[in-house]
Design a binder for this molecule. Structure first.
Ligand code: PAF
Length: 291
């Protein structure tokens, strides 16, 4: 595996990969790698010839008072894991490489970004869209993967890539879970033992919503009540939202049909966690699906 910090080195290596006619897969990350990140590599490798991973704790997507300073950083360990997983090139730029002095261009997907996470983190998706646009321009991948766990991020990035005519496909990678259902997240390391136990509430709320739809419920507000009741049964959980939305634009629906997302966000102690479940609601029944 090659490791580069400079954009010029990244471009030089990728030019020669492309010149060999090899297709490029790309997974952008913040580092602190876990199985959830590593699961992207075989998926990209199955459809491309060379997998690039970026590790960059992007200051622009952290708001004031958020965890930018304490976000876990473990570059050497991450590099070992990435190499074992089959990454061909690890790009870990300095902040000044992606945001050189004088940089001021921002990428915004305003409507999609303002709701749900955007209510609590108003500048978050502008930071994500801006850095992802920069990374896509540098890497020019044939295929880029994003984890389904951050579902609104996936929807925002898909919109941005479409609106800005980025070439290359975007795929969702399924959420990897602990045995009790908790979605893997680098922020799970912040949870103490009590909070860790309570954190399973988010997954349980999504499952309860899903089961209600499987049982025939088609009114979104009733499904949302069921999800909220599950979260409410855990005293350590402070929910931000438990909602049912149309997948492609995250808009509320009148009745559940087509591709639908069940989305929850909650604080567990001082840690904010997210989870979701996506389903296809059709005339012949309901099945869980990938976003
Ligand atoms: O999901 C993440 O890890 C980050 O938001 C991303 C996509 C790497 C952008 O910084």
């Amino acid at each position: 595996m090659e490791r580069v910090e400079e954009a010029s080195d990244l471009r030089r290596i990728l030019a020669s990969v492309r010149a060999d006619g090899r297709r490029i897969g790309f997974v952008p990350t913040l580092g602190a790698l876990h199985e959830g990140h590593l699961a992207h590599v075989p998926i990209l490798a199955a459809h491309t010839d060379y997998v690039v991973m970026s590790i960059f704790v992007n200051p622009l997507q952290f708001g004031p008072g958020e965890d930018f300073e304490r976000y876990p950083r473990s570059l050497d360990r991450d590099a070992e894991l990435a190499q074992k997983a089959g990454v061909g090139l690890l790009f870990h730029p300095q902040v000044a490489t992606l945001y050189p002095a004088g940089a001021e261009t921002l990428v915004e997907v305003p409507e999609l970004s303002a709701q749900l996470e955007g209510v609590v983190r108003p500048t978050h998706f502008r930071g994500v869209a801006t850095v992802v646009a920069k990374l896509l321009n540098l890497v020019r991948p044939d295929l880029t993967s994003f984890g389904q766990k951050d579902l609104q991020q996936l929807v925002v990035v898909r919109r941005m890539a479409l609106d800005l005519h980025f070439e290359g496909e975007i795929v969702a990678v399924p959420t990897v879970r602990e045995p009790d259902g908790l979605a893997l997240s680098s922020r799970n390391t912040y949870l103490d033992a009590h909070d860790r136990k309570a954190a399973v509430a988010l997954y349980r709320a999504c499952r309860a919503g899903f089961e209600a739809v499987v049982a025939g419920e088609r009114v979104p507000s009733r499904v949302e009540e069921i999800m909220a009741a599950v979260l409410g049964a855990f005293p350590r959980i402070r929910p931000d939202y438990a909602v049912v939305r149309r997948l492609h634009d995250l808009k509320p629906m009148e009745r559940l049909v087509g591709r639908v997302a069940l989305m929850v966000a909650a604080r567990v102690g001082s840690t904010r966690l997210l989870d979701n479940l996506v389903m296809e609601v059709g005339p012949d029944g309901v099945r869980e699906t990938l976003a």
